[in-house]
Design a binder for this molecule. Structure first.
Ligand code: NDP
Ligand code: 2IT
Length: 446
């Protein structure tokens, strides 16, 4: 490792003990940025890298709620307000039993660069709780969301901090959170994104992350004169991002052959078509069941406790969670002929896996570039809320496509090596950094 990165990381690790995912996210960025900062000493003198790795504010709070049996339950709530140099804090809320400070700090850190890449004026933030929505009734989820918002409301606002969805937070949860915010503040504002279409939401926001990751794959493939047509695609996850990535890949002529959840994956060699995807959506969004049911219904193979990367494919789109592709998975993907990875989830590839992709010089689009379509469309929802005017599906989708193209251009600008190889990791990290860093310098030591 570059000794300058090592020295910087020693300080990060000492100041943030036990926060492994945060260390991982910061180190990846530091590896891209430290050489760039050496060439641009203004960033060094202003200690931008040191400042950008320290949240502006971290809020941790108790979330007590009553379950259906009348028993008191206690969870922990978080909001990391990471950076507001280029706009109000913006980023999702995650509800999952694994949520802790380190995971949310990694997500908030990534969000700063991602939001900058979107070209829209949004700072970075992330929040959530270790509450597990699995197996909870709608009423329990509502009582949890109301209690969570009863503390969070004093820290957020349409011009301050605008949360949205992430793992475990979809339309249902945003509704409960918004209702409680409105009641406490007595104001109807665009304080959350991912709202329902009848009450301030934007068309295409539900689709945006998955669509965006597919548009990004398409842009990458174009650099090699290739396209999605006829490609076999492995997708992990079966939640929001995975569902709409599957929809768009199929629409653009690719064949999606896998879908997964935390229990295992299904392999459908004929491809997940429109009707089968409808089944997955109903299974996951309404009945909240397990993906195994797909195998039973369509008579395809189910792999318990396994991830889809053992299936031969041309393109991989991880859309479930962090560190879901390890070194062995990456090697197998490359060996099986996979030449494009577009990350719908945040930091799905371990550092060793990323190295395998870079060494093999395949098209590797890291999450902070490839999945930025979700938050970008949240930014478009905020614009519509400010104007008090909705845009059509076509208008929003066109803007999303333009944004994904621009993110790709930024990656090419900052990530193209002398050999012509586009290192999208460097491209996204440096491209996302410059705007935030310049704004921080302009705003003084704050
Ligand atoms: P959902 O909750 O809708 O879906 C998550 C999916 O991933 C489910 O299939 C879930 O399975 C699976 N999953 C979650 N945790 C794990 C785990 N630890 N191991 C294996 N599988 C797991 O979330 P989203 O689709 O919204 O988010 C997916 C990813 O995309 C996350 O990394 C998120 O940060 C990222 N992302 C989301 C955006 C958005 O707009 N929603 C925007 C940008 C990135 P199960 O049901 O069994 O838990
Ligand atoms: O990781 C992400 O970019 C999200 N979960 C979406 C954030 C948002 O504010 O729409």
């Amino acid at each position: 490792m570059d000794p300058r990165v090592q020295q910087f990381m020693a300080i990060i690790k000492a100041r943030n003990p036990g926060e492994n995912e945060f260390h991982q996210a910061v180190q990846e960025v530091a590896e891209s940025l430290i050489p760039f900062i050496e060439e641009n000493p203004k960033y060094k003198h202003a200690k931008i890298l040191e400042r950008i790795a320290e949240p502006e504010r971290t809020i941790i709070f108790r979330v007590p709620w009553l379950d259906d049996k009348g028993e008191v339950q206690i969870n922990r709530g978080f909001r990391i307000e990471m950076n507001s140099a280029i706009g109000p804090y913006k980023g999702g809320l995650r509800l999952h039993p694994t949520v802790n400070l380190g995971i949310l700090k990694f997500l908030a850190f990534e969000q700063v660069f991602k939001n900058s890449l979107t070209t829209l004026p949004m700072g970075g933030g992330k929040g959530g709780s270790d509450f597990d929505p699995k197996g909870k009734s709608d009423n329990e989820v509502m009582r949890f969301c109301q209690s969570f918002m009863s503390e969070l409301f004093r820290h957020i606002g349409a011009d301050t901090d605008i949360p949205a969805g992430d793992i475990g937070v979809g339309g249902r949860e945003i509704g409960f959170l918004f209702g409680q915010y409105k009641r406490l503040k007595n104001e109807f504002t665009g304080v959350l994104t991912g709202k329902g279409i009848e009450w301030g939401g934007s068309l295409i926001r539900p689709e945006a992350t998955g669509y965006g990751a597919t548009y990004f794959a398409q842009e990458m493939l174009t650099t090699r004169g290739d396209s999605l047509k006829g490609k076999v695609v492995c997708i992990s996850g079966s939640g929001n991002v995975a569902q709409f990535a599957s929809e768009k890949v199929a629409e653009l002529g690719g064949k999606v052959v896998t879908s997964s959840d935390s229990n295992g994956f299904i392999y459908d060699p004929k491809g997940i078509d429109c009707d089968k995807l409808k089944f997955i959506m109903e299974l996951k969004n309404e009945r909240r069941g397990r993906i195994k049911e797909y195998a039973d219904k369509y008579g395809v193979e189910y792999f318990e406790g396994k991830r889809p990367w053992i299936i031969k494919c041309d393109i991989a789109m991880p859309c479930a969670t962090q560190n879901e592709i390890n070194e062995g998975d990456a090697k197998l993907l490359v060996k099986n002929g996979c030449n494009c990875v577009s990350e719908g989830s945040n930091m799905p590839s371990t550092p060793e896996a990323v190295q395998v992709f870079l060494n093999a010089q395949i098209l590797y689009g890291p999450g902070k570039a490839a999945n930025a379509g979700g938050v970008a469309t949240s930014g478009l929802e905020m614009t519509q809320n400010s104007m008090r005017l909705p845009w059509s599906r076509e208008e929003v989708d066109e803007k999303l496509q333009t944004i994904m193209k621009n993110i790709h251009k930024t990656c090419v600008k900052y990530g193209t090596k002398e050999s012509g190889f586009i290192n999208y990791v460097d491209g996204a990290n440096i491209g996302g950094f410059v705007k935030v860093a310049n704004a921080m310098i302009a705003q003084g030591v704050v």
